[in-house]
Design a protein around this ligand. Structure first.
Ligand code: PRX
Length: 674
């Protein structure tokens, strides 16, 4: 392997001048091949995806047509009429001939304590999934029912997701950091009769009282009459919390244990829903995005293989299978696609990690890489930045030579973090794949491909196969045809992994994604395309914040604040944050009879934690007597953003403000908190 310097492209080679383009094991011929393959894939999406769907997935009944429908009315379907079961494709087929991988590891689980590990083979996975599926069926869950999951990162979470897929139930997983209020909103939104939780989870040495939080959600008025049963996996911690006090609870571990490990698969139409996942938008409550069966499965499988340079495992591994670790939480889309479905559909082993990168110390990730000989490691820039703060010592203590591909997701990665990841963790030998995508896209849509396309630190680079990325002028809505461009990012043609609707509100789906630029899918992100055609995401163009890779709507935080009696008005904006990428800054005016105090600020902070969850805790709360308003009564968030970031020299025009002196008063308050 040559030195990193040698890998930096020389000016004019491949027409890719510029010091920041780096080849990993990519050769220019692979890059040329990508260009022609990508062009072919988008010139005929129907052939491209139907060939893959037929060769990579096992169908119970074939699909007549690959794709139909349009963005305009949100009627896109993939492989409709074809019958398939995702659990069969992710589990059963690997237990049988011709794959014969029943004895191979499907899940490597590492609990909160580094000594707490489990290896679960494909056969064991099949048995466990069937038992959970039978337990759900015995309790009355049937095809099309929505099952809400509020669980720690334990194998039972994966079993339950797959069990739902097996019997045709639709899972709605809620990240275990959400509060009772947030759970209740999602249960109500999905009219979910069934909830699965665990007596407790563990994280960083602390117990998470998941059942108690879940109980508080289920008891809220809006859930009463909706939820029929709460299934509780117990035994996670000694004397688990609260316990069965009402007949709504089912001691699930016992029920599961006495089930038969055989359960037939429900053959689903490719367009039947597979799962719902709630995500934040710029207005209103979080929306439940609906992903369907056949298209999502293919997209998850294909992008896992391509983006991480992994081949589908078609036979016994003979000890040289990749060890793939995505250390996200399965409660987010990253976990759905790249912990559960993508890896298992490829027949590889997937890693489930219950703890945090800081427990018991900041070497945890690297210790895991050494112990499990991890070859693909996938995390978020915020985690890299928080680990960098502790210096180089921790990673240097461990043997990281098993690593081949390093992935990042969730936000743009800053060059310093990229360099640290590439040089220190990857020893300047690994590809760093910067994967851009969203809950809505189901899987990666823009990323470099290891050994195939070059990387540029901070750029997610080039579109995935089958994805036609366009940069539009945000004002005219016209395609910018010049290579160098700055505008909004849209996708021109349907792809199998795209979400099909917002649960119960198709109009909202159309309004948010399809109507802003008719004929295109609008991602909500701005971007720049550089002179080589590489994409650089410049961030959300709506009121959605990205805090440590978590997507939070400013409207959600504002509604949590105004629910407090002391708050008259609230305006929430993002502030640049060294570790989290973005922090949350809240400006509030107070209702009559309330005075500014540290105590009140604490209460407001807690109000946000209670309404959403601890991960949405505001970084700054600034009570004030007035907000910058226009004469017509509109809060000028643009100005608040500048004040919060301390960028007063670029405030722009303030002449339309009702009271321009507000700017000075608020800036002083912000400065004091810095
Ligand atoms: O703004 C983009 C950012 O995260 C948003 C999607 O958030 P969510 O649906 O929660 O999914 C996160 C995990 C896929 C996008 O609209 N984003 C995601 N990946 C990147 C990114 N921004 C820059 N670079 C990325 N690689």
């Amino acid at each position: 392997m040559s030195s990193p310097e040698a890998k930096r492209l020389k000016p004019n080679s491949d027409n890719m001048s510029g010091p920041k383009a780096i080849y990993d094991a990519a050769t220019s011929s692979n890059f040329e091949l990508y260009k022609s393959d990508h062009a072919a894939s988008i010139s005929d999406i129907s052939s491209y995806w139907s060939e893959l769907a037929n060769s990579k997935l096992d169908w119970y009944a074939p699909f007549p047509n690959a794709v139909s429908g349009s963005f305009e009315d949100g009627s896109v379907s993939w492989f409709a009429g074809g019958k398939i079961n995702v659990c069969y494709n992710a589990v059963d087929r690997y237990c049988n001939a011709p794959y014969n991988r029943g004895g191979e590891t499907a899940i490597i689980w590492e609990g909160d304590e580094p000594t707490d590990t489990k290896y679960i083979t494909y056969l064991e996975l099949q048995n466990n999934v069937c038992r959970v599926a039978n337990a759900l069926k015995a309790s009355g869950v049937s095809k099309g029912d929505v099952v809400t999951l509020y669980m720690p990162m334990i194998p039972e979470l994966t079993y339950t997701m797959l069990a739902c897929a097996r019997i045709g139930a639709v899972h709605s997983v809620i990240f275990a950091g959400f509060s009772a209020d947030a759970i209740a909103d999602r249960i109500e939104g999905a009219k979910s009769k069934w909830v699965v939780t665990a007596s407790a989870g563990k994280r960083g040495g602390r117990d998470l009282p998941l059942k108690n939080i879940c109980d508080a959600a289920v008891k809220k008025e809006r859930c009463v009459g909706i939820v029929e049963k709460v299934f509780v996996f117990d035994g996670m911690v000694p004397n688990g919390s609260g316990w069965i006090e009402e007949d709504i609870h089912v001691r699930f571990s016992d029920l599961v244990d006495c089930q038969r490990p055989v359960c037939p698969c429900e053959w689903m139409d490719a367009e039947d829903p597979l799962f719902i996942l709630y995500t934040s938008g710029s207005t209103g409550k979080p929306k439940g995005l609906v992903h369907t069966t056949g298209g999502y499965a293919l997209y998850a499988m294909h992008t896992t293989a391509k983006s991480f340079g992994i081949a589908q495992q078609t036979g016994p591994s003979n000890g040289n299978a990749p060890v793939y670790a995505c250390v996200a939480d399965a409660g987010w889309i990253t976990g759905h696609t790249y912990i559960v479905y993508g890896p298992l559909l490829n027949g590889i082993s997937t890693f489930m990690f219950e703890s945090t990168p800081m427990y018991p110390d900041c070497g945890r990730y690297w210790d895991m890489v050494q112990r499990h000989k991890i070859s693909v490691f996938y995390t978020a820039p915020t985690a890299i930045r928080s680990l960098m703060r502790f210096g180089d010592e921790a990673p240097k203590k461990y043997d990281l030579s098993s690593l081949k591909v390093l992935g990042t997701v969730g936000e743009p990665i800053n060059p310093a973090a990229w360099q640290w990841y590439y040089e220190l963790i990857g020893n300047s030998k690994c590809a760093v794949v910067d994967t851009y995508w969203q809950t809505e896209t189901g899987g990666h849509v823009i990323t470099n491909l290891p050994g195939v396309t070059p990387m540029k630190p901070g750029s997610c680079t080039l579109p995935c196969y089958g994805i036609e990325v366009i940069v539009l002028d945000p004002v005219t809505g016209k395609e910018i045809t010049e290579t160098e461009a700055e505008g909004v990012l849209v996708i021109k043609q349907p792809w199998p992994g795209m979400a099909r609707t917002c649960l119960g509100d198709h109009q909202r789906y159309l309004n948010v994604y399809m109507k802003p630029y008719p004929g295109y899918y609008f991602a909500g992100d701005g971007c720049r395309r550089d002179e080589h055609g590489f994409i650089w995401i410049t961030g959300r163009v709506d009121d959605v914040l990205n805090v440590s890779g978590h997507r939070i709507g400013t409207a959600e935080v504002e509604s949590a604040l105004v629910a407090h009696p002391a708050v008259a008005q609230a305006a929430v904006v993002g502030i640049p944050h060294e570790i989290k990428g973005q922090g949350i800054c809240c400006f509030t005016t107070l209702a009559e009879g309330f005075a500014e105090s540290d105590e009140l600020v604490k209460e407001l902070r807690n109000a946000v934690r209670t309404h959403i969850g601890p991960f949405a805790t505001p970084d700054m709360i600034i009570p004030t007597s007035a907000l910058p308003m226009t004469r017509s009564g509109k809060i000028m968030r643009r100005i608040l953003r500048k004040i919060a970031a301390g960028e007063l020299d670029t405030l722009g025009d303030t002449s339309t403000l009702l009271d321009p002196s507000v700017v000075g008063t608020l800036s002083e308050k912000v400065e004091k908190l810095r």
